[in-house]
Design a binder for this molecule. Structure first.
Ligand code: DSN
Length: 417
């Protein structure tokens, strides 16, 4: 592939871009919601489609000159329908939050009751958190995990559904490391005559590869981002049955968005093209193997993992037995060249800005070519750093070793500034 020349005549900007590229290359990227797109996706995402307004949908636009935009959007839709076997998809959400907002607006009125997973137990802001539009517009109730095994408490879910009578139940989250029983969610939703929405943002790549149960056959609406395990550009998607297609489309445009970001739709199409290749399944398998190896190594080194391990790309470490906060651990790891984020653990007593947990994901490192033995080394870096989190000199030495280690996994070798 020819080199991608991102040179721009603005030295101030070029300098920022160059430093960000270096940061991504020399640190271990372990934020569970991040990944590295391919050079092809990067290139397509920076294409001339950034210039085009295309409000509306294929063959029904509010602007002229949309013939190629129409073809592009239809191609993107077709690829998603093929991968996820869904009846309808809207590829225009700018992000996961707008996907969720449009989904809510399609089936709810302000003041309606909803039931989502508690943010404190691994849910997401848009699933009803009071600080979010979802918590402000709707009457919210939450389910969580059991204290003994830290798995979703389906009995509590049923009890809350029966008492709260939600119009919409939301499954999925951003810090739950285990498989979800979507059939069980469906049964409960049917019992109280609620819509079921699944936010599969974190595990969409695993669903695409058949490594996580697909919510598509049982949910009324499935939303996702495209930039996590799915390894596409930053953006969102909404999948639904044909019967909800018009309501969903109307809520994305003109409901909450204006012109779609057609360059991002192009990049989504490129990423979904990659997801249709057989290698994508191998990639997703490796993500899970890497997460499980990391989990085993951390557990063997004395760390307590929420739910005891993982079925996915994601691990949640409970730092309470180590008398360490998530904030302190995140800072120490950053100094040691490991990028991860502090995260609440179930039944956490610390506030959200501090927390008692750390969340790790393996999608990005797996994209760089990391295998299980490499995860052993990554785990060692983490264990060493968290052993002496207050010693800057010691952490700097680890960072130097991390930088040397990352040299064996070139990232965007053709990208130049
Ligand atoms: N903020 C994302 C995450 O980190 O999980 C979810 O939107």
């Amino acid at each position: 592939m020819p080199s991608i020349d991102h040179n721009c005549p603005d030295p101030q900007l070029t300098d920022i871009l160059r430093r960000e590229l270096k940061r991504q290359r020399v640190k271990l990227e372990m934020i569970a919601s991040e990944n590295f797109v391919s050079e092809a996706v990067l290139r397509v995402g920076a294409s001339v489609f950034t210039n085009k307004y295309a409000e509306g949908y294929p063959d029904n636009r509010y602007y002229g000159g949309c013939e190629h935009a129409d073809e592009l959007e239809s191609l993107c839709q077709a690829r998603i329908r093929k991968i996820f076997n869904c009846e309808h998809v809207n590829v225009q959400p700018h992000c996961g939050s707008s996907a969720n907002m449009a989904a809510f607006f399609a089936v709810l009125n302000p003041g309606d009751p909803i039931l989502g997973m508690s943010l404190a137990h691994g849910g997401h802001l848009t699933h009803g958190a009071p600080v979010n539009f979802s918590g402000r517009l709707y009457k919210t109730e939450f389910y969580g995990v059991r204290e003994d095994n830290e798995l979703i408490d389906y009995d509590e879910l049923l009890a809350k559904a029966e008492s709260h009578r939600p119009k919409l139940i939301i499954a999925g989250g951003s810090a739950y490391p285990r498989t979800i029983d979507f059939e069980r969610f469906r049964e409960i939703a049917d019992r109280v005559k609620a819509y079921l929405m699944v936010d599969m943002a974190h595990f969409a790549g695993l669903v695409a590869a058949g490594l996580f149960p697909s919510p598509v056959p049982v949910a009324d609406i499935v939303t996702t981002t495209t930039h996590k395990t799915l390894r596409g550009p930053r953006g969102g998607l909404i999948l639904c049955r044909k019967s909800l297609a018009k309501a969903i489309d109307d809520q994305i445009f003109p409901g909450i968005q204006g012109g779609p970001l057609m360059h991002i739709v192009a990049a989504k199409a490129a990423a979904l093209g990659e997801a249709l290749e057989p290698e994508f399944i191998d990639y997703q398998r490796q993500i899970v193997k890497n997460a499980q190896r990391l989990a085993t190594h951390l557990a063997d080194s004395g760390f307590r993992l929420v739910s005891g391990g993982t079925d996915t790309h994601l691990i949640l470490v409970d730092l309470r037995p180590k008398n360490l906060t998530g904030l302190a651990a995140e800072r120490a790891l950053d100094k040691a060249g490991v990028t991860a984020n502090k995260n609440a653990v179930p039944f956490d007593r610390q506030n959200y800005a501090v927390t008692s947990g750390l969340r790790f994901g393996t999608a990005a490192l797996t994209t760089r070519g990391f295998k299980e033995r490499d995860m052993d080394q990554v785990a060692e870096f983490i264990v060493e750093a968290l052993r002496r989190p207050d010693e800057d000199g010691y952490l700097t030495k680890i960072r130097q070793r991390v930088e040397a280690f990352t040299q064996a996994f070139p990232l965007y070798p053709n990208l130049d500034f």
